[in-house]
Write a protein that binds this ligand. Structure first.
Ligand code: GLC
Ligand code: CA
Length: 555
């Protein structure tokens, strides 16, 4: 039932094993994408109205953040019914229409599979807490006492506080790695696993193109042993899931795996292991977090370290698995604000970042708004934030003595809400996102930064993404060439080669506000046409690269 967008590009010879190896993913955060009924919240009919825009960009599939029934404690990552649509987002008929309309444009819909936990309002959890002898009791994880401090089970939840909360109804403690309203499922229970498989098949039979699997590296947890990520049964569960749902279907799966390393990543995506198509790995993100205060005290980007991380991933998975490529998502700051320059060089640095990412091996993902270079929210007071994690950590860190101004500076850099402000479609009120009152403030820069303006600019960010996407589709070299990093230690030049047979591509990017000369050693002299702009360029020792200049040429 699933679609194969890539195979439809007639006449292009590919050596791809799967359609998702030449397709680009685009993540939609539904609440913030497009509002069709002016209640201030984006919705499924709103997405349908923008499918032509996404088709023009050239994407192959949409990763749709959760639209299921949910009390929205964590904006839909707390699901109370996996087979129902949250009325604020539309109806199941809207969802069916989205799948069909997307398919008509050769775009697959990838659902967010959130099965590490449910909402506490899910019927399974309601049944579990109301009766200790219910068969659903064992769908969750319980203990009669809170664990003693310092024992293995004494685990902290990602959103702060203990991962064990008392259920007053049954008098026991249940386990939750996120908010208390997100009780963790017990994957050791085969009946629970069978329910998840049946639900996945139900969606696949509807015609969805695959799943993005939320925090999938956590499902093998063994809390009593202090094991959270990457538990001993994890890969067994993933193989079983694949066998029960994906075998014989042409679906794409991408597992969110914060614990993945270049060493264990092939365990997930090696084709012969039959687990998932690829994982989202986060080494390039977490390496710039503070050891103690985490994301709330970000370090500045160190390009040699970042380049080494990318190179390690490229090498670890080449021929052994498959990479995902991304700068941002709904949990991360805006790419251009974090890695580029959101001021004077916003457009050039957004394009430079895209060039680096899209010319590596793997499946690139675009987070909504990245294709026009949208920036961080710029919030200055805690009242502007909506995110449960940000609001919790504001309370927790202030109680620990962190100064309010310091916390707010951290949130301004790294809060999840940076990516969740509404999509900026035009200079109309509320950026054309809604004619109502948006659920979270629109970025103040929407008058000069919006789709209408950027898309009309041949040198804008959108047209650059379009060209990168087309290049990948046309070039097996970009999809499958091997990767070699040059000038690994250079502080701001990102230079790499891709090779496939006799073909070679050289990518040269200056990630700096300063004009930078190419050093005398370590870079081949190459002249030719930049594949992105069509302009003649000459790469050689001493040649000066303008701030955020980015080129790709055959060598
Ligand atoms: C993932 C999601 C994030 C969510 C969490 C719990 O990390 O991307 O948004 O809060 O899982 O479901
Ligand atoms: Ca709406």
């Amino acid at each position: 039932m699933s679609i194969s967008p890539a195979s439809s590009h007639a006449g292009i010879v590919t050596r791809d094993m799967a359609w998702w190896q030449s397709a680009i993913g685009y993540q939609i955060y539904p609440a913030s994408f497009a509002d069709s009924n002016d209640d201030g919240i984006g919705d499924i009919p709103g997405i349908i109205g923008k499918l032509d825009y996404l088709a023009e960009l050239g994407i192959g599939f949409i990763w749709l953040s959760p639209v299921y029934a949910s009390p929205m404690v964590d904006n839909g990552y707390d699901i109370s019914d996996y087979r129902a649509i949250n009325p604020i987002f539309g109806t199941m008929a809207d969802m069916d229409r989205l799948i069909a309309e997307a398919r008509a444009r050769k775009i697959g819909i990838v659902m967010d599979l959130v099965v590490n936990h449910t909402s506490d309002q899910h019927p399974w959890f309601r049944a579990a807490r109301s009766d200790r002898h219910s068969p659903y009791r064992d769908y969750y994880i319980w203990r009669d006492q809170p664990p003693a401090k310092g024992t293995p089970a004494d685990i902290e939840a990602s959103f702060g506080g203990s991962a064990w909360s008392l259920d007053p109804q049954s008098g026991e403690y249940y386990f939750h790695l996120f908010a208390p309203q997100q009780p963790d499922l017990n994957w050791a229970n085969p009946a629970l696993r069978a329910e998840v498989h049946a639900m996945m098949n139900w969606w696949l039979d509807k015609g969805v193109a695959g799943f993005r699997m939320d925090v999938i590296d956590l499902i093998g947890k063994q809390p009593e042993a202090g094991i959270v990520a990457d538990g001993p049964e994890l890969h067994h569960y993933l193989r079983e899931m694949h066998e029960a749902t994906l075998t014989g279907r042409d679906a794409v799966t991408v597992g969110e795996a914060w614990s993945a390393t270049p060493t264990n990543a092939p365990l997930y995506s090696a084709p012969e292991r039959q687990e998932v198509s690829m994982v989202f790995q986060f080494g390039h993100v977490t390496q710039f977090w503070d050891e103690k205060l985490g994301k709330w005290k970000p370090k500045s980007i160190d390009w040699p370290r970042l380049k080494a991380t990318f190179a390690a991933w490229q090498q670890a998975l080449h021929g052994k698995g498959w990479n995902s490529l991304f700068w941002g998502n709904h949990d991360l700051p805006r790419a251009v604000s974090r890695y580029g320059d959101e001021g004077e060089y916003r457009v050039t640095s957004a394009k430079a970042l895209a060039t680096i990412l899209h010319l590596m091996e793997g499946t690139p993902y675009i987070y909504q708004g990245e294709e026009i270079g949208m920036t961080n929210a710029g919030f200055t007071s805690i009242e502007q934030y909506r995110d449960v994690e940000t609001i919790n950590f504001h309370r927790i860190q202030l109680a620990q003595g962190v100064a309010e101004a310091d916390f707010l500076a951290g949130a301004r850099a790294n809060s999840r809400d940076n990516a969740r402000t509404p999509m900026q479609w035009s200079a109309a009120p509320h950026a054309g996102f809604t004619r109502g009152q948006p659920w979270i403030a629109v970025n103040e820069n929407f008058l000069r930064l919006n789709v209408e303006l950027d898309r009309a600019d041949t040198d804008g960010v959108f047209q650059h993404y379009r060209r990168l996407i087309a290049l990948r589709r046309e070039n097996a070299l970009i999809r499958h060439g091997d990767f070699r990093l040059l000038l690994a230690d250079h502080p701001c030049l990102i230079i790499f080669e891709r090779r496939l047979g006799a073909e070679c591509l050289l990518v040269v990017v200056n990630m700096s506000r300063q004009e930078t000369a190419i050093p005398t050693m370590g870079v081949p002299s190459v002249q030719g046409r930049d594949l992105l702009t069509g302009k003649q360029v000459s790469i050689k020792a001493g040649a000066k690269l303008k701030p955020y200049a980015a080129f790709a040429l055959r060598c």
